[in-house]
Write a protein that binds this ligand. Structure first.
Ligand code: GLN
Length: 201
């Protein structure tokens, strides 16, 4: 089976780490910084970074509409952190001119965990990846405030007795995590995504 070509949106953010993780899962990784490059990939990762900058640059580079179109045509996409924000239908605590690619019926709150816990790491239960917990790194991360009916919750972070806030979701060919699996050396999230890409093909 030929390996799927998986792009990483390379206008802003931690591109190289995703390229490396994808390669480790047997995909053919490729940076995507133009409409031409987008046309040549089977799927796309939107990395972490800064979603306001990413949104602005995507508009300047003429990539926002082509990204929306690719997503509407069913291209599998995985967004991590700022990438999760980019795949959300609605964002709170965003600048008024912040645009997203959208596609996942959810409301995401930017910088939701607050200043005191800007960055943290937890061992996250994520059954879709198997029984071993996932070392999840959160950096000025968003969380998911609400979801539509078509969205599957893949993981929650619990901050007490409550059922926890949603930090990983899937809706059809779209996957999003509030954390950064590309920084950990554990490639199970990327593996899950590459599997979704293969299933789609
Ligand atoms: N806080 C950033 C944003 O709103 C996301 C941070 C990240 O991707 N690590 O875009």
């Amino acid at each position: 089976m030929t390996p799927p070509t998986v792009g990483v949106l390379s206008i802003q953010g931690d591109v190289r780490e995703h390229l490396r993780a994808l390669e480790a899962c047997g995909a053919r990784p490729r940076p995507v910084g133009s409409v031409e490059a987008l046309a040549e990939v089977d799927a796309l990762v939107i990395p972490g970074g800064e979603s306001t900058a990413m949104s602005k640059l995507a508009i300047l580079d003429g990539l926002l509409e082509p990204l929306r179109e690719a997503r509407r045509d069913g291209m599998p996409m995985y967004g991590s952190c700022a990438g999760m924000i980019m795949l959300a239908d609605r964002v709170t605590d965003a600048r008024p001119d912040q645009e997203t690619v959208g596609g996942i019926e959810m409301t995401v709150r930017r910088n939701a965990f607050g200043r005191q816990v800007d960055s943290f790491e937890v061992d996250l239960a994520m059954p879709a990846l198997g029984s071993a917990p996932f070392p999840a790194v959160f950096i000025r991360a968003p969380w998911v405030e609400s979801i539509g009916q078509g969205v599957d919750v893949l993981a929650r972070v619990s901050r007490g007795a409550d059922e926890g806030t949603i930090v990983a979701v899937r809706q059809g060919p779209l996957l999003a995590t509030a954390f950064h699996p590309e920084l950990t050396g554990d490639v199970r999230v990327h593996e899950l995504f590459v599997e979704m890409v293969r299933d789609q093909a």
